[in-house]
Design a protein around this ligand. Structure first.
Ligand SMILES: NC(=O)c1ccc[n+]([C@@H]2O[C@H](COP(=O)([O-])OP(=O)(O)OC[C@H]3O[C@@H](n4cnc5c(N)ncnc54)[C@H](OP(=O)(O)O)[C@@H]3O)[C@@H](O)[C@H]2O)c1
Length: 256
């Protein structure tokens, strides 16, 4: 008899924030193709419905719940809506994040710093504090935070964003300790530059891109699927013994 595929996600329910495009969408599509029922979420319901339609056309199961991760009541409604419809959450993907400020920490306005920390760290804590107890009741589950290599290195222009992503690593480590005894795993993916709208200013700048590629061992920037596939792996039984860690996916940038 063939062994069960360790990457299979059949029967599982996954909630993915920021999944109307980019990395979140890639994660939603691959997870649905591996059998998960996925909740597609972002601020814009129409954009989420379009992704749901594409997943259904490909034979997968999905539903849309709009949610701005910076609003606690909408975060609660995302988790409640998933439970009402599908009765369980096996995987939570904290993917949505913001970066409203590009410049030195010396001049960052308080509002920008607070927005970055609230959306990129506090909302992930809200999501986990709502979803992980529900996983515990069912005997286990996992959460994946899409962080960034910006959390591993200093930066003259993206300092606050990097602080938020470093905080996400620490959030994952501490939650992994708190929830490990309940069979819940919490991990981070730390992408390098990925070709999405979020980082458009970085990869559209030809001079900047050329310099980056010269110092990237794999000589390319990431595609959304490069990261979505890792999210699906971390959600699967293949990653059953991995918790509290960071998978860096950056074409080798940080080891060069
Ligand atoms: N692209 C890169 O180079 C890169 C590198 C390292 C890490 N990352 C991380 O990867 C994650 C995903 O980024 P991406 O590159 O895939 O970006 P993206 O293509 O711009 O997609 C961002 C997604 O988040 C949603 N979103 C934005 N603000 C939101 C909010 N306040 N509440 C809920 N949803 C919101 C967007 O939809 P709506 O506009 O409809 O809300 C969209 O679905 C982020 O955590 C980012 O920090 C990206």
């Amino acid at each position: 008899m063939p062994a069960k595929n360790p990457f299979d996600l059949s029967g599982q329910v996954a909630v993915i924030t920021g999944s109307s495009r980019g990395i979140g969408r890639a994660a939603a599509e691959v997870m649905a193709s591996l059998g998960a029922k996925v909740v597609v979420s972002s601020r814009k319901g129409d954009a989420c419905e379009a992704v749901v339609g594409a997943i259904r056309d490909a034979g997968g199961e999905a539903m849309a719940i709009a949610c701005n991760i910076s609003r606690k009541e909408e975060v609660a409604a995302l988790i409640e809506g998933t439970m009402r419809q599908w009765g369980r959450i096996d995987t939570l993907v904290c993917n949505a994040a913001v970066n409203p400020y590009f410049g030195p920490l010396a001049r960052i306005p308080d509002e920008a710093f607070e927005k970055i920390m609230n959306s990129n760290v506090k909302s992930n804590l809200w999501l986990c504090n709502l979803a992980l107890p529900l996983m515990a009741e069912r005997g286990g589950g996992n959460a994946i935070i899409v962080a960034s290599i910006g959390g591993l290195r200093g930066s003259t222009m993206l300092g606050a964003y990097g602080i938020s992503k470093a905080a996400d690593f620490q959030l994952a480590r501490s939650l992994a300790l708190e929830w490990g005894p309940k069979n819940i795993r919490i991990n981070c993916v730390a992408p390098g530059l990925v070709k999405t709208d979020f980082a458009r200013a970085l990869w559209e700048d030809e001079a900047r891109l050329k310099t980056l590629l010269e110092t990237t061992p794999l000589r390319r920037i990431g595609e959304p699927d490069d990261i979505g596939d890792i999210v699906a792996f971390l959600a699967s039984r293949a990653a059953a013994f991995i918790t509290g860690t960071i998978i860096v996916a950056d074409g080798g940038v940080t080891i060069a």
